[in-house]
Design a protein around this ligand. Structure first.
Ligand code: ZN
Length: 191
């Protein structure tokens, strides 16, 4: 089932998400729905709060990065109850987008590599190190479960420059080719 994607301005995006419990009802359905929703909107990552669920879950599928090595192009994973336990390397500037901010792309500085602890959809524990584009996607999605969005990581000056566009997103004045949920809880039609 394809879920509506929460647009910037909805309070769920500002909330720190809580852990998923092993007996969380419908967990396998949720994981499947999140992959389906991400694919339908051609995203490379999607986090629980973006489908109006304040839980520590995100999914990643890096297959659209056609020029990356095979381990990136075939990367498809669900991360639950994740904790980034270490980050390092150089600080890298990279142009990011987000399904909750249709049409908006901004440079964001993040560390090159991370070490992350999480459980998969079968509650098996993992601890892994990522760098490159995977570290980038994972850090962006991890922010979502911490209640942080990518425009929180840009300078105040840059943020002031895009303020009008952010207000448009809050008001539902966006042209997304996927279904969205706005702060007003009303589904807005395209103008
Ligand atoms: Zn995002």
């Amino acid at each position: 089932m394809i879920l509506p994607i929460v647009a910037y301005g909805h309070p769920v995006l500002k909330k720190k998400a809580v852990d998923i419990q092993p007996d969380e009802p419908g967990l396998q359905d949720l994981v499947r729905d999140m992959f389906e929703t991400m694919h339908a909107s051609t995203g490379v990552g999607l986090a629980g709060p973006q489908v109006n669920l304040s839980r520590r879950i995100f999914v990643v599928d890096a297959s659209p990065f056609e020029n990356e090595p095979e381990e990136v192009r075939t990367f498809r994973k669900a991360f639950m109850n994740a904790q980034i336990i270490e980050s390092g390397g150089e600080l890298i500037n990279y142009n990011e987008g987000c399904l909750s901010f249709p049409g908006l792309h901004e440079d964001v500085v993040r560390p090159e590599s991370i070490r992350i602890r999480y459980v998969d959809e079968h509650f098996q524990p993992h601890e892994e190190t990522y760098d490159g584009i995977l570290a980038r996607i994972i850090q962006h999605e991890y922010d979502h479960i911490e209640g942080i969005v990518f425009v929180d990581r840009i300078s105040r000056l840059k943020r002031a420059l895009i303020n009008g566009r952010l207000n448009d997103i809050i008001r539902g004045k966006v042209d997304a080719d996927y279904r969205m949920l706005f702060a007003s809880q009303k589904k807005k039609s395209r103008s």
